[in-house]
Design a protein around this ligand. Structure first.
Ligand code: MIG
Length: 627
């Protein structure tokens, strides 16, 4: 729905599948209403008020809009919420799995620029995916509003039975999913927005990172220690300290002879991923800046004539207009040149984009982009696309550098469809039990939103974990889709041997468990690639008719067969576990349990409660887990 007579020329950066087979539609027009019917259901809209009702094939109400239209330039929609209806998905979120009663603002931010930490009341985050999966009496439905401007969704907060959705500008591009099965909806949403490509095998392993590996010698020390202590580890990461004065795609003096360093690490079995920030240092002698300017590649100031210049890590910087396909191609070439030194992946950070010195800590809303030929858009209208478009360029660059290998890109910011381009990590968390526990619903909602390849900073980024917290985080991390230990400059060292011999052994066992599970994980990623199903699934994914399962925030399914009940609090020696219907086996004791009830599972510090579902026996990978 558009406000004027024409639709905007802004292409969708979310939708991948543009061509769909035709469906037979019956159109009934009367004075007061329009009704569309297909074999899947019907939509009836009232001409005067814009109210509409979507019904499924059996005429059951799926969504009911009490209001729909424009308030000045702002599209808005008000949906009726029913008793017991829950709302999930919504991309990257803090707080519980069910979003009912809360407000979500879709506006990508560098959280630390706006709040002192990630907390459960945060309205915005680094990634915005305006997609919801609703569950009501065991029946699910989905809604996706493709609009990359700021959106605010009040989901029964101001008024308990109203779900009000507003955007600052743009159109009402709604996709409605009649369900009623959860897997179907996620499958369909990812058919529309694309699916996670198969990652390289090494990317499913253990990753070691830190903001604070400041020299080649330090990286090599960590590598040597990893091998000496016999930790399986596939990748080491370079944070911003490898750069020359924070100039993107460079190595500074503290990382001499990078080719030699990378070749040596590779021989020791490590892949290396380096960070890339969008801001290009405004240094007239810097070759990347010069080539970018020659191409007229940067986002423009209000008015559209001069390049916008703003402050971030490199100091005053210009910002590539990734929405422009020419700029993505150029960036891909620059990145490929850098990667040819021997890098295996790229980590896109600060791509909300985050700025240090502007009022909103991002590009001003009146900056100008060029999302298609002869089409301009203000930054405010396309803000949530910036990180996504950068990630797309990064994937293209990785493919250019190594055309025969599966690319690996990690991104902090993104929009609906980000899974086509990159894995997502949830940004700057803290080393607290609350943030460990928050990892679970955050990753589950990301998974429901199409992002199968995701993880949180293991051990926590800010502050320092206790040995116990670190051990529990490694145990959870080993069962998350993306498994990377990362910490901040002023945190205590966080390599897995830094917490004494007991925790070192527990961490090694947790990592080894992941490597034993790798064949199974690969099957899960194949499912993500082929059907869009999450790797880490909420219980409601397979047990949507079970209200206890649907409300579960602190357990998850890894693929269809494994149930994980991580320990998320200190001092725990056993925990309550809900087993949904069916028969389950405790992976450690091989005891069998009948589901549909809670049990108490032993959970000493060296063990994470893990259950395999009966019928999974055919899966060799799982049978091997038996200890
Ligand atoms: O302004 O590159 O979330 O993972 O270590 C902070 C330094 C920039 C934020 C990322 C974090 C990374 C850090 N970066």
């Amino acid at each position: 729905m558009a406000r004027g007579r024409e639709f905007s020329a802004l292409p969708s950066f979310a939708v991948e599948k543009q061509q769909w087979p035709g469906v037979g539609v019956t159109l009934a027009l009367s004075e007061s209403a329009v009704e569309l019917r297909t074999t899947a259901g019907s939509l009836r809209m009232d001409n005067a008020t814009g109210r509409w009702v979507l019904r499924d094939a059996r005429a059951r109400v799926v969504f009911e809009a009490a209001a729909c239209g424009f308030e000045g330039p702002r599209p808005r929609l008000a949906l009726v919420l029913r008793d017991g209806e829950s709302i999930h998905g919504l991309g990257e979120m803090t707080g519980p799995l069910d979003r009912r009663g809360l407000v979500r603002e879709f506006w990508n931010i560098d959280v630390l620029g706006h709040a002192s930490c990630l907390h459960s009341g945060l309205r915005s985050s680094y990634v915005s995916i305006p997609f919801a999966l609703n569950l009501h009496r065991g029946r699910a439905a989905g809604l996706f509003w493709d609009n990359p401007a700021r959106q605010v969704w009040d989901m029964g907060h101001a008024s308990p039975d109203r779900w009000s959705l507003r955007a600052d500008s743009g159109e009402m591009d709604l996709y409605l999913f009649t369900g009623p099965r959860v897997p179907e909806i996620v499958e369909r949403f990812t058919e529309l927005t694309g699916r996670t490509p198969l990652p390289p095998r090494w990317a499913l392993g253990y990753h070691q990172c830190r903001f604070g590996y400041t020299s080649r010698a330090e990286v090599e020390r960590v590598a040597a220690e990893m091998r000496r202590r016999r930790f399986p580890c596939d990748a080491l990461w370079l944070d911003i300290d490898h750069m020359d004065g924070h100039r993107v795609f460079t190595f500074g003096k503290r990382f001499p002879r990078p080719r030699e360093m990378l070749a040596k690490l590779r021989r020791a079995g490590f892949r290396v991923v380096a960070i890339a920030n969008p801001g290009v240092k405004n240094d007239p002698k810097f070759a990347v800046l010069r080539r970018g300017r020659a191409l007229d590649a940067f986002v423009k100031d209000a008015g559209g004539r001069r390049d916008f210049v703003g402050k971030v890590w490199p100091g005053r910087s210009r910002f590539p207009d990734f929405l422009d396909v020419r700029v993505r191609r150029w960036w891909a070439r620059e990145q490929a040149k850098f990667m040819r030194a021997g890098l295996d992946g790229i980590w896109c950070d600060m791509n909300e984009p985050a700025l240090f010195d502007t009022p909103g800590k991002t590009l001003p809303g009146d900056c100008v982009h060029r999302p298609a030929e002869k089409t301009t858009a203000t930054h405010a209208a396309v803000h949530n696309l910036y990180g996504q478009a950068m990630a797309a360029a990064a994937r293209e660059g990785a493919l250019l550098a190594k055309p025969r290998e599966r690319p690996f890109v990690l991104t902090r910011a993104g929009y609906a469809g980000i899974q086509r381009h990159a894995a997502v990590w949830t940004g700057d968390n803290s080393s607290t039990w609350e943030h460990l526990a928050a990892s679970v619903p955050a990753l589950l909602n990301l998974g429901l939103s199409g992002v199968a390849f995701c993880g949180t900073d293991v051990g926590g980024f800010l502050d320092s974990p206790t040995p116990e917290l670190f051990a529990r985080w490694m145990q959870l991390g080993a069962l998350m889709p993306f498994f990377r230990n990362h910490s901040n400059k002023d945190s205590r060292p966080q390599e897995p041997w830094e917490f004494g011999p007991e925790v070192e052994r527990i961490c090694r066992d947790a990592i080894r468990l992941r490597y034993r599970l790798r064949p199974y994980l690969e099957q899960c990623f194949t499912e993500a690639h082929e059907r869009g199903w999450p790797v880490m699934r909420p219980l409601l994914f397979h047990f949507q008719d079970d209200a206890v399962a649907a409300a579960c925030n602190d357990q998850f399914l890894l693929g269809a067969h494994l149930l994980v009940a991580p320990v998320l609090a200190p001092g725990v020696a056993s925990r309550s576990v809900y087993l949904p219907r069916g028969r389950w086996r405790d992976v450690w004791s091989w005891r069998a349990f009948r589901g549909g009830r809670h049990i108490l599972a032993p959970a000493p510090l060296d063990r994470v409660p893990l259950f395999v579902r009966e019928g999974a026996g055919k899966s060799v990978a799982i049978r091997k887990l038996r200890v």
